[in-house]
Design a protein around this ligand. Structure first.
Ligand SMILES: O=C(CO)COP(=O)(O)O
Length: 256
């Protein structure tokens, strides 16, 4: 049985005050909640503060980050390395988010390189994949997702996915309120798992596949009721302690 993982991607949102209020609120909301891993990915600037606050809290919130660069140290202005993320207690690192693929021209190959770099440093990659609206309408969803995963499999072997997390995030559903239906998401998740199973059934059975794209407390339960949806990567609704905790609780309940 796969353990559900619900992660909040705060994107470019936050201030010291907001981080403090949100993490304190989450700690209170999540007290006694078991059976789900809950992670947050604040902007890198706030990892220090987040690490301190999480350390003081009683809930076992996992600290994550939204990105990593591909060099360990040296003359790479503005970059952040895996060891730096580790230094602040961040373990679950989002890579390949569609916003980075689009606004920073990150290719499948570049994202795969980040994947390898995280694994090398003992961190958990949260590999985002997903199709655009045009690709969806052209019936290319599964092919796009397979191509994005194959960039990792073909360079590092299917075993590289062992212990990693995949987040299926249809681009047209991100921040739009136009969420995929639970049935459609399940169909794609099953196809992604089947694609991995072609290489290794063992890895396919174990890999956590999150759904992301307009997940809210109101629709979360329907996703988690699906056998191949193992959690969620949440944007907007993760900026509110009550709504993010409600999504985490829905996962804990559904996957009992
Ligand atoms: O991009 C997302 C998480 O990475 C999803 O964002 P929303 O939940 O705001 O649609």
């Amino acid at each position: 049985m796969r353990h559900p993982v619900v992660m909040g991607n705060w994107k470019l949102n936050g201030s010291k005050e907001m981080v403090s209020n949100l993490l304190k609120g989450l700690d209170a909301e999540l007290k006694g909640v078991e059976g789900v891993d809950v992670a947050v990915a604040p902007p890198a600037m706030y990892l220090d503060l987040a690490e301190q606050l999480i350390g003081k809290g009683e809930s076992k919130i996992i600290l994550g980050a939204q990105n990593v660069d591909v060099n360990a140290s040296g003359a790479f202005t503005g970059d952040i390395s895996p060891e730096m993320l580790k230094d602040f207690g961040a373990s679950h690192i989002i890579i390949g988010h569609s916003e980075r693929r689009e606004y920073h021209n990150e290719s499948d190959e570049f994202v795969a390189k980040k994947f390898a770099f995280l694994k090398e440093h003992g961190l958990t990659p949260v590999l985002c994949i997903g199709e655009s609206e045009a690709q969806n309408e052209a019936g290319e969803t599964v092919a796009v997702c397979a191509r994005q995963i194959d960039a990792v499999i073909n360079t590092q072997g299917v075993e590289a996915l062992d212990g990693a997390i995949i987040a299926y995030e249809p681009i047209w559903a991100i921040g739009t309120g136009k969420a995929a239906t639970a049935d459609d998401a399940q169909r794609i998740h099953a196809a992604i798992r089947a694609h991995i199973a072609e290489k290794s059934e063992e890895v396919a059975k174990k890999v956590v596949i999150q759904y992301g794209g307009s997940v809210k407390p109101e629709n979360a339960e329907a996703y988690f009721a699906q056998p191949d949806i193992d959690g969620a990567l949440v944007g907007g609704a993760a900026l509110n302690a009550e709504s993010f905790a409600a999504i985490a609780k829905a996962a804990a309940k559904a996957k009992k």
